[in-house]
Write a protein that binds this ligand. Structure first.
Ligand code: GTP
Length: 171
């Protein structure tokens, strides 16, 4: 486990989130950190993507973020600390991987290359720094599986397919 929190009854879990550029890491983290499904101005939501990293010091500076990080797992109070990282392969993520309790590798459902890079690049990089840390594979942008993705975002590839409106089952 990672460094303890200021609360002695809590265990801090460091969860490092990696994956290619533009797969949705920052937005995934923001959704959890701010407890919001819809993005807002705290995350970049513009159509032209600018690589960004969500600042880890939000857990120190923003009480709401710190409160949202808290959850109870098997009777233990856990403070889930999500570490955002840059998707550029050449960036050095050694600092981020240090003392990670779990690593989340993200790919985008509408970017097949981002899935191929999981085994080609991300898993080897993770294993270089964290030999036995549990790794989770997370598919992002799953809403785009049910959209007319080719027209909307010019996605190509086997992971996305255009479906009829009548195929969609709304909750
Ligand atoms: N439709 C849809 N768009 C998303 C989703 N998640 C992220 N996006 C959009 O995809 C773009 C990239 O999202 P980010 O969260 O910044 O992606 P990232 O993986 O952190 O990207 P880098 O900073 O380049 O590493 C942004 O324009 C987001 O608004 C999602 O679940 N659905």
């Amino acid at each position: 486990m990672s460094d303890s929190t200021e609360n002695p009854n809590e265990v801090a879990i460091k969860c490092v989130v990696v994956g290619d550029n533009n797969v949705g890491k920052t937005r995934l983290i923001c959704s959890r950190a701010y407890n919001e499904e819809a993005p807002n101005n705290r995350c970049n939501t513009s159509t032209s993507h600018v690589p960004t990293v969500w600042a880890i010091d939000q857990y120190r500076n923003n009480k709401q973020v710190l409160d949202n990080a808290r959850c109870v797992v098997d009777g233990t109070i856990v403070s889930l600390r999500l570490w955002d990282t840059f998707g550029d392969h050449h960036k050095n993520r050694r600092f981020a991987y240090g003392k990670a309790d779990v690593v989340v590798i993200c790919f985008s459902i509408c970017d097949e290359k981002s899935l191929n890079q999981v085994t080609k690049f991300w898993l080897p990089e993770v294993r270089k720094h964290n030999k036995s840390t549990p790794v989770l594979l997370v598919a992002c942008k799953v809403d785009l599986r049910f959209a007319e993705v080719r027209e909307k975002i010019k996605c190509k590839g086997t992971l996305s397919k255009t479906i009829k409106k009548s195929d969609i089952i709304f909750p």
